[in-house]
Design a protein around this ligand. Structure first.
Ligand SMILES: Cc1cc2nc3c(=O)[nH]c(=O)nc-3n(C[C@H](O)[C@H](O)[C@H](O)COP(=O)(O)OP(=O)(O)OC[C@H]3O[C@@H](n4cnc5c(N)ncnc54)[C@H](O)[C@@H]3O)c2cc1C
Ligand SMILES: NC(=O)c1ccc[n+]([C@@H]2O[C@H](COP(=O)([O-])OP(=O)(O)OC[C@H]3O[C@@H](n4cnc5c(N)ncnc54)[C@H](O)[C@@H]3O)[C@@H](O)[C@H]2O)c1
Length: 489
């Protein structure tokens, strides 16, 4: 079904997407691809979203140089040429700025233009069934013929602890966009943001780093052996890891808004719940995220303002009449990862296109099935953690009869890659089907191992068949052979 041109009514689009992060961009692209449908992508900050400017890209740009240096240091023939003590912070920050384009989104807007996406600048808000208002320099009242997609992401949650907000602590935005390296830092939280931030702060020269996590261990959602490897490495690097601890109060007499990534005033005194105090130059809050739904007009479509959204597998928002309102990415309340948000956006865009063209939603392509127990993730800590699907514990909680295959990462490819290559791997097998339901690798540069596991999990490949997936010699992937060998009769 072809649409009328929007020229007659410039405020009516086939699809309106709220939020121009990776999920919003992909939903817009897929909803109109190969058609003459129109789409408005409304963004009040930078097209590209958190991932491009404040999260994935700058954080990984900060971490990679130290990984390269460490590899060189553990490579005879190269190590003799290395004489610096660590990376050059100024050059690392400059490389980071190259990836974030100094927070200029021109390239992303040009990409959107090339896809036929109409980028509108301003803050978007639902006003009712298929209607959206945009406020900003050029206010607009928009109407959607087919669909509205919420893709407004999340924002850092700053706990309501005495003195914390008044102290103007850093959030991940400051940590990824740091301009000054605080000599003494406390990182509040124990998730991926806290652990990755700790790594680059230490690598860039922060002298005293303390991590305070309220849970019994860091990274509570990964296999314990992987989380323990990260904590052990932090301790080797003189990071103080305080698990099972809460911040009781924060005092910063000289808190100043000096700008993103600059130290926000004078020293802070942080009191912990055991009564001890830590004095630091900056505090990084990495205590999780809140969905950006506060000022989204959810009340106008029958939901509670500021509510956390849930969606079905077509990405339609639960609790809203009809099939016109969708949510993708972090705000959809599933796995808060860029690749999963983009995956949901592809499914959502395909669903919108099929419904607009009155095609049936037959087939797996129209359902975000991978959100359920098939989510891959790489946490770029030292060592790296690459995982997909279930851990042994989450599989057992799901009622699966589990067999765990484990081995050290000791294969010829690993030894060749780096003298100090080390790590551990585990496959989680569902005994009933003899297929993988999860895998975790922790170790040196293990990130690229996870996609093979993802294919095996999603493809439900029986282990008998995996035996014939022969890893090339001498690659690190030979760890797959070692894992399968652990269950030979
Ligand atoms: C420090 C850090 C590191 C991370 N590293 C990784 C990683 O390595 N790999 C990974 O997969 N994930 C990573 N993540 C998670 C990843 O950043 C998110 O999953 C991803 O950005 C979500 O994309 P999104 O499009 O849903 O939302 P966002 O990227 O948050 O984009 C939402 C957009 O909506 C806009 N917006 C919000 N409200 C409105 C409104 N009312 N009107 C108009 N526009 C609005 C915002 O300005 C923003 O641009 C990291 C997160 C953090 C904090
Ligand atoms: N490489 C990656 O894939 C990557 C990197 C960074 C972030 N992310 C994603 O971004 C999202 C946000 O990550 P995150 O680490 O901010 O959130 P998170 O929710 O994963 O972790 C937050 C941690 O902070 C702890 N915490 C909360 N309040 C606290 C308090 N008052 N005191 C002490 N500890 C407290 C929580 O118990 C939790 O362990 C996650 O979905 C994460 O997977 C992914």
């Amino acid at each position: 079904m072809r649409s009328d041109t929007s020229a007659a009514d410039p405020d009516t689009y086939d699809v309106i997407v709220l939020g121009g992060g990776p999920a919003g961009e992909n939903a817009a692209q897929y909803a109109i691809a190969g058609s003459d449908r129109t789409v408005a992508l409304v963004e009040h900050e930078l097209v590209g979203g958190e991932c491009s400017y404040w999260a994935c890209m700058p954080s990984k740009a900060l971490l990679r140089p130290t990984q390269v240096l460490a590899t060189a240091r553990h490579m005879p023939g190269v190590q003799q040429k290395i004489n610096a003590r660590g990376v050059n912070p100024a050059a690392v920050l400059a490389r980071r700025d190259g990836f974030t384009h100094d927070r200029d989104d021109t390239a992303q807007v040009l990409w959107a233009d090339a896809q036929g996406i109409d980028v509108l600048r301003g803050r978007a808000r639902l006003t009712g069934d298929r209607t959206v208002t945009v406020t900003g320099d050029r206010p607009r009242d928009l109407r959607a013929r087919h669909a509205v997609v919420l893709a407004t992401g999340t924002t850092a949650a700053v706990p309501d602890l005495p003195g914390l907000r008044a102290a103007l602590p850093w959030t991940s935005r400051d940590a990824t966009n740091l301009r000054e390296i605080p000599p003494r830092v406390l990182v509040l939280g124990g998730g991926p943001v806290a652990c990755e931030t700790t790594a680059w702060l230490r690598q860039l020269g922060a002298e005293e780093v303390t991590v305070v996590a309220r849970g019994p261990r860091l990274l509570p959602r990964v296999e314990p052996f992987a989380a323990d490897a990260v904590a052990a490495r932090m301790k080797v690097r003189d990071v103080r890891v305080r698990c099972g601890t809460q911040v009781r109060s924060v005092t910063r007499p000289d808190a100043r808004d000096t700008g993103i990534g600059r130290i926000h005033g004078g020293p802070l005194t942080v009191e912990l719940d055991d009564g001890s105090t830590v004095e630091v130059d900056e505090l990084v809050v990495a205590a999780g995220r809140r969905p950006t739904t506060d000022d989204l007009g959810l009340g106008t479509v029958g939901l509670d303002d500021g509510a956390a959204l849930t969606v079905d597998d077509h990405l339609n928002v639960d609790g809203v009449d009809g099939t016109w309102l969708y949510a993708v990415g972090d705000v959809a309340g599933r796995a808060a990862l860029t690749h999963m948000g983009k995956y949901q956006a592809r499914v959502c865009g395909d669903v919108i296109a099929a419904r607009a063209e009155q095609r049936p939603l037959d087939g797996a392509r129209y359902r975000a099935g991978a959100d359920h127990g098939q989510v891959p993730q790489v946490i770029f800590t030292v060592p790296e953690i690459a995982s997909v699907g279930h851990t042994a514990a989450s599989a057992r909680d799901a009622g699966i009869d589990v067999e765990v295959l484990e081995t050290e990462l000791e294969v010829a490819g690993a030894a060749l890659a780096r003298d100090d290559f080390a790590g551990h791997a585990a496959l989680i097998v569902d005994r009933a089907t003899d297929t993988l339901v999860g895998a975790t690798f922790v170790g040196t540069e293990v990130a690229e191992l996870v996609h093979a596991a993802t294919v095996a999990v999603v493809g439900q490949v029986p282990l008998d068949t995996l035996w014939h997936a022969v890893p090339a010699y001498p690659t690190v992937s030979e760890v797959w052979l070692r894992l399968l060998e652990t269950r030979r009769p």
